[in-house]
Design a binder for this molecule. Sequence first.
Ligand SMILES: NC(=O)c1ccc[n+]([C@@H]2O[C@H](COP(=O)([O-])OP(=O)(O)OC[C@H]3O[C@@H](n4cnc5c(N)ncnc54)[C@H](O)[C@@H]3O)[C@@H](O)[C@H]2O)c1
Ligand SMILES: [Zn+2]
Length: 402
Amino acid sequence: MKEIQQKFQVSYSLPVIFTRDVFGADNKILAELLSKTGRRNRILIVLDSNVFNATPKLLDKIEQYASRHGDVMEFVSPPFIIKGGEACKKDMSEVDKIHALIDKYHLCRHSFILVIGGGAVLDAAGYAAATAHRGIRLIRMPTTTLSQNDAGVGVKNAVNAFGRKNFLGTFAPPFAIINDFDFLNTLPKRTLRAGIAEAVKVALIKDKAFFDFLYDERQRLASFEPDVMEKMIIRCAELHIEHIGTSGDPFEYGSSRPLDFGHWSAHKMEELTGGKIQHGEAVAAGIALDSLYSFHTGLINELELRKIFSLLEDIGFELFHWSLSWMDINSALREFQEHLGGRLTIPLLNGIGNRIDINEIDAALLKKCVNTLSETAEGKERRHASGKRADAGKRGSRKILP
Ligand SMILES: NC(=O)c1ccc[n+]([C@@H]2O[C@H](COP(=O)([O-])OP(=O)(O)OC[C@H]3O[C@@H](n4cnc5c(N)ncnc54)[C@H](O)[C@@H]3O)[C@@H](O)[C@H]2O)c1
Ligand SMILES: [Zn+2]
């Protein structure tokens, strides 16, 4: 009998670059990144259909950029316009099309996929890139608030299967991430807002000063003032990427997933609504629920809970979504546990700016929290219907508290 034990380490470096007008005449960021390979790079572009529709001149600009920097880049084909939003993750057909293009144009492991789009498109194209030839280099250009501050700056990708979110996916760090704030200009307000939920999430579990910043600037965030949006995105991305680099578990081998505060229910809400609720909106409602549970278990105090609810509501989020009432809490928790592996581990708050992992959840108390949020939302709607709109949100959150 013989056993061989060989340890090895792999080191990654993950640049996240913030810019504007990435394909502009004076912008050399992409060309400089590509020049690091020391040769001319073959690239397939995968472009979110809604970015394509919203930015008619984008393809021309990309073409011109490529001709200016022909020494480091060449496109193997016209961009592949992929169905934007959750549609590209719902089944494998879009991923299959990318695989087919990789095969048709003979991309190798040293070629690049440059994906431009929201979190869903980044996930689907990232999955296609990671699985073809066991991994083609990927450059991500996130185009939504959520993907610039969270989904695009991580190491994961996924598509949905068997009716379950992110059932198929891999951990595959991209070559680089380029966050161009100008992409946000064409986003509908709803999507622009949704991503702010991830900043609230990461501030709550990691950085009280960032939470205070978001709280103080909540009115300006609500009107999407560019300077405060940019600061929010940069700090949020920084906290996410720092977590990946320093948590000791970038590929989530453990059972704890701290960055998923408020997410066990959010993923279920997305499934139950068939993707009608946006990820960030579901996260906002998930944060409200887990914050209320944290309050009832003595982990945060009343003032902290009030501040969290005011921040979410003032930004424009609903604290409750009807799909929560339909949810079988025990099976949702079981599925979350199954997805992460090992023991049930739910991140909760331990004051603002700190998290604590909980291995046992009182499902009855959680259900009570759902009911409280639901009743408050109904009350708010009734007041709206009877024309008493003024300050409805604030009165709503006050009623939640004893
Ligand atoms: N891999 C990860 O670590 C990770 C982390 C968080 C979320 N996610 C995933 O990200 C997805 C959500 O991402 P999202 O919030 O960016 O939503 P999204 O990708 O669904 O985009 C929302 C909508 O905006 C459109 N769009 C994107 N950019 C646009 C632009 N610049 N102008 C106009 N329209 C534009 C999209 O086509 C889509 O219709 C979910 O599938 C979620 O599971 C992944
Ligand atoms: Zn998320």
